[in-house]
Design a protein around this ligand. Sequence first.
Ligand code: HEC
Length: 97
Amino acid sequence: MKIANDASPILNSSCFGCHSGPFSSLETLLNAQAGDDYSSSLNANMPWITLGDPATSYMHLKIQGTAAYGTQMPRNQTPLGNSEQVIIEQCIVQGAQ
Ligand code: HEC
């Protein structure tokens, strides 16, 4: 599983509309930090993705709805399905860009 091949199609269709900056390329996504977009969560002090560690990947926590700040993503929409959440989690676990 790779973020570029497997996670990006999901993120582009469900998230890009509101987060065009972080999701504009794999490089911007891997460099995004809590507070970079919409700045709801500077205090989270966590990268959006920590390769190999979903528990410290803020994007993963936002998708699960377990982040310390703000609401579950995609905002005001149906949460991602379980299989989509697992694909994104596995890409992070495997650390595969
Ligand atoms: C309808 C617009 C909208 C959609 C769609 C959306 N988001 Fe968000 N997102 C927001 C807003 C507004 C915030 C700030 C409020 C909050 O944190 O709840 C936010 C915050 C975030 C943050 C924290 C930002 C930061 O830098 O602190 C992450 C990570 C995030 N969203 C990921 C996602 C992901 C992943 C998806 C797709 C599954 C998604 N969002 C879909 C509007 C959206």
